[in-house]
Design a protein around this ligand. Structure first.
Ligand SMILES: [Zn+2]
Ligand SMILES: [Zn+2]
Length: 369
């Protein structure tokens, strides 16, 4: 069993690009940006290329170190309209050749002991700019690890319906950003309610793209800005050891198990958030499974007083404002997850989204990993 009080939290970002695909900065520079933002690990995911030979700890004794890993974002480049971007981690082999059939690709990831996530599942278009949407289209697929619940770059597209709104968002994305796409949350809740184990992660999708407007040059959403926005906080049983293969395995194991939460760290440093479930002589943390028995006590704690929501199979079953922690007794099986909302720049924003705890009984069972 976990010692719930002794988990090691490690903050990372699992979606970004270099010039190997359509990003601006190379691994070394991205690692610097990640260090600057205080991240513990990053996973670089270029389009349809698994870049090898660059994984490792970057930094110095003075600056500290960040673990840089590589995965890839695979999609079928021939498909029209474009859709189905799949984030792939931990496979050690190139899988872009499987892109034309999303299910075959997911099967290949699983055969290679990898993890995969449906990227920006409900991406929108920016009609006036001619930027098309790249959502997930083939929802009948199965066997994927989870969903990219919050992709910050994809969420900014929702804030760009007009030229003026686009300009505002390009310079101040945080003004309009409220939370992840509600359709993605609804899709997640539907899958969870069906007993599907679906891990949620949150990422930047940083590209560091520079736009030129006559003599003006503006880097829209630099890497270090985005690494201070939506991240995935992973809970490990031991701190990172400074050994690439071992730490990589520990991070991916924890993510696969859903021992992680999504945080919009610009709103406030979310380190310290915890969500656990306690039954008669048994306990688990987010991502875990627990038997309902005569009732389960859910506990959540946030670093500062904020607005908590307990969500059961997609329905808010409890809300509490101005609280540092909450408890809720669950008498019904299903998936329970926590959202923490907090005021930032005059508006309440989604701050923390936990992974679910699955409370099982005779009727509600979750699929095995
Ligand atoms: Zn993508
Ligand atoms: Zn991407």
């Amino acid at each position: 069993m976990f010692n719930i009080l002794n988990l090691c939290e490690c903050v990372g970002n699992l979606h970004m690009h270099t010039p190997y695909s359509d990003g601006e900065s190379w691994h070394q520079q991205i690692a610097q940006a990640a260090l600057h933002a205080g991240l513990d690990f990053i996973v670089v995911t270029d389009h349809n290329v698994l870049v090898q030979g660059v994984e490792g700890f970057y930094g110095s004794e003075k600056s500290g170190y960040v673990l840089l890993l590589t995965g890839e974002e695979v999609h079928d480049q021939a498909r029209q309209p474009q859709a189905n971007h799949l984030l792939v981690y931990g496979t050690e082999e190139e899988l872009a050749q499987c892109a034309s059939d999303p299910q075959a690709l997911i099967n290949a990831v699983n055969a290679a002991n990898g993890l995969c996530f449906l990227a920006h599942p409900n991406d929108s278009e920016i009609a006036w700019l001619g930027e098309y949407a790249i959502p997930w289209a083939d929802w009948q697929v199965y066997g994927y690890t989870g969903l990219e619940i919050w992709n910050y770059m994809s969420s900014t597209k929702d804030l760009m319906p007009t030229p003026l709104a686009t300009l505002r968002t390009a310079f101040r994305p945080e003004e309009g950003m409220v939370g992840p796409n509600p359709e993605t949350l609804a899709a997640w809740d539907r899958l969870l309610a069906q007993g599907q184990r679906v891990v949620g992660i949150g990422n930047s999708d940083a590209h560091g793209t520079i736009y030129h407007l006559g003599p003006l040059k503006h880097e829209v959403f630099p890497y270090d800005f985005l690494f201070n926005c939506v991240n995935t906080h992973v809970l490990l049983t031991q701190p990172l050891a400074g050994q690439v293969e071992r730490d990589k395995a520990a991070i991916y194991r924890a993510i696969r198990a859903g021992h992680a939460f999504i945080a919009y760290d610009l709103v406030g440093d979310a380190r310290g958030f915890r969500f656990s479930a306690h039954g008669h002589s048994t306990a688990t943390i987010m991502g875990g499974v627990i038997r309902l028995g005569s009732g389960i006590t859910l506990q959540a704690i946030a670093p500062v007083r904020s607005h908590f929501k307990v969500i059961h199979n997609g329905k808010v079953v409890m809300e509490a404002t101005d609280r540092e922690n909450i408890t809720y007794t669950a008498h019904t099986a299903g998936a329970y997850r926590i959202e923490v909302w907090r005021e930032f720049k005059g508006k309440e924003r989604a701050w923390i989204l936990s992974n679910p705890i699955y409370v099982e009984d005779g009727n509600y069972r979750v699929s095995t990993l």
